[in-house]
Design a protein around this ligand. Structure first.
Ligand code: SF4
Length: 239
């Protein structure tokens, strides 16, 4: 299989089959904490990085060859080797997958392209979107996510607010917190203001625990994560 991986069992998604929609490390960010290594194709260009027909053929084969696991799947998740919303066949893929199986579709995204009305429309038939928001100030955003030049965090927050208004599925907003990078009281206050505006169904606080692209990126202590969770209120959980 070239584009499909897993299934992987996770606490938040249950049994999930992953699909990668991009070439290796095609992404508009180059996050300090990325587990895939440095971004080799830093781009905001949307195109059919991976042919939609090849993904669907692979998925059909997987579903046919793994009938027991297929029945147990909770999600088919777009994630993988880069930023899934860069694939211009997003909408077609979601529709075709829904014609093949009743399994819910989840899209994990860095949120950079949600400001586009077209991207939001293409995501409309997903069941769950897990967008990232690691900072609410431009300085912290650039430090942790190392975005493509010109991407503004205010635009990303605007895209997330618009997504919430139009999207009928679930939105679980993920915030990755790294020690000394985006965990200052000022940053958390600004993040809280942004999250209040966005109004996701859940806020998932995460912190690096495995090897990261840049050495020396540390996670927060469990006590600090709990304090921050309290700031975000009842919808927040530590994942
Ligand atoms: S957005 Fe995701 S794939 Fe892109 S660099 Fe960050 S963690 Fe890696």
């Amino acid at each position: 299989m070239r584009y499909i991986y897993g299934p992987v069992k996770s606490r938040r998604l249950g049994l999930s089959l992953g699909i990668s929609l991009t070439a290796y490390k095609a992404c508009s960010f180059d996050c300090l904490y990325c587990q895939l290594g440095r971004t080799t194709l830093k781009t905001g260009q949307r195109k059919e990085y991976v042919k939609e027909s090849e993904i669907i053929t692979e998925l059909k084969d997987w579903l046919k060859d793994n009938p027991v696991q297929a029945r147990q799947l909770k999600f088919i998740t777009f994630s993988g080797f880069g930023e899934p919303t860069l694939n211009s066949k997003l909408s077609v893929l979601i529709k075709k997958i829904k014609n093949l199986t009743k399994t819910k579709v989840c899209v994990i995204t860095n949120s950079a392209h949600l400001v586009s009305t077209l991207v939001r429309k293409e995501l409309a038939n997903a069941d769950l979107i897990i967008p990232s928001l690691d900072a609410a100030t431009q300085a912290a955003f650039e430090k942790i996510d190392r975005p493509l030049a010109g991407i503004k965090i205010s635009t990303i927050i605007d895209g997330l607010v618009k997504l919430r208004k139009s999207f009928r599925g679930l939105i679980w907003l993920e915030i990755m917190l790294a020690r000394g990078i985006n965990d200052s009281p000022r940053e958390i206050k600004k993040l809280k203001e942004a999250v209040t505006q966005i109004n996701p169904d859940k806020i998932q606080l995460n912190s690096p625990v495995r090897a990261t692209t840049e050495p020396g990126i540390l996670g927060l202590t469990s006590a600090k994560l709990k304090k921050i969770r309290a700031v975000f209120g009842n919808k927040a959980e530590i994942v």
